[in-house]
Design a protein around this ligand. Structure first.
Ligand SMILES: [Zn+2]
Length: 67
């Protein structure tokens, strides 16, 4: 049975796919890309996103978050 506790509101930790560092989900963004015709979602920290990291096939627009 899946744990409902994973849905608690406390901050969770994600791993940035660009720098491989664990980051709070509050400081991470999910960028949609496309690889082999399939949509991919990559979680990166705001720092990497602001530095210009984008997943393969990224077609969206990333608005730099203030703060
Ligand atoms: Zn990063």
């Amino acid at each position: 049975m899946p744990s409902e506790k994973a849905k608690d509101n406390r901050s969770l930790i994600a791993t940035c796919v660009a720098c491989k560092k664990p980051v709070s989900t509050e400081l991470a963004v999910t960028l949609a890309g496309e690889e082999d015709g399939r949509r991919t979602l990559s979680v990166v920290c705001v720092g990497c996103a602001n530095n210009g990291w984008r997943p393969p096939g990224f077609r969206g627009v990333y608005a730099v978050r203030p703060d």
